[in-house]
Write a protein that binds this ligand. Sequence first.
Ligand code: URA
Ligand code: URA
Length: 204
Amino acid sequence: MNSEVAEIRSELDKIRQKCLSCEKCPLCKTRHNIVFDDGIPNNKLMLIGEAPGFYEDQQGKPFVGKAGQLLDRIFASVGLNREKDVYICNTLKCRPPDNRNPLPEEKEACWEYLEAQISILKPRLILLCGNVAVQSILGNVGGITRIRGNWYPPESAIVEVFGAKMMPIFHPSYLLRNDTREKGGPKWLMWQDIQEIKREYDKL
Ligand code: URA
Ligand code: URA
């Protein structure tokens, strides 16, 4: 491992350690594990999801349940792979009970950790996966169905993104609930989006 990568891993690990003992919001009482990240720390591609679900909370890893398996297949369709190409994390590091939506105070409490992840990696591209991630980074820009697939310049973020271009994409659990493959449907749109993401990735 070259020294720069070792340095980045050690910076991330400091933040992970902070999360392990975090008691900033009540989710610390019900979590089994914090879910900090997965994939490969890199300065090209980061995906930000919503929050851990049941399996993620059990295993301490993001996107390992059904939605995560679909996410892996979406990446694989353009030759991307979480072990080699993508850093994956969530807006919240702890599971909300019954997978309810994160509360504003939970997002606020957890923001320092996501902010640190972005500032350590400074990825060129950030995928905002679902409405929760979109709102945290872009604010109220409208629902995902209308805004998905567009690149947002760094200046359009409501937080510091260190020059990242951002694309809102559907959440894979939404695709699982809307399984139609017809042209113009959610899965078809996701297929367009992942190809555009790969085109941009290949330019880096
Ligand atoms: N959904 C998310 O947004 N994140 C996960 O880690 C798992 C499911
Ligand atoms: N709502 C979300 O949060 N994400 C989607 O992808 C679709 C609806």
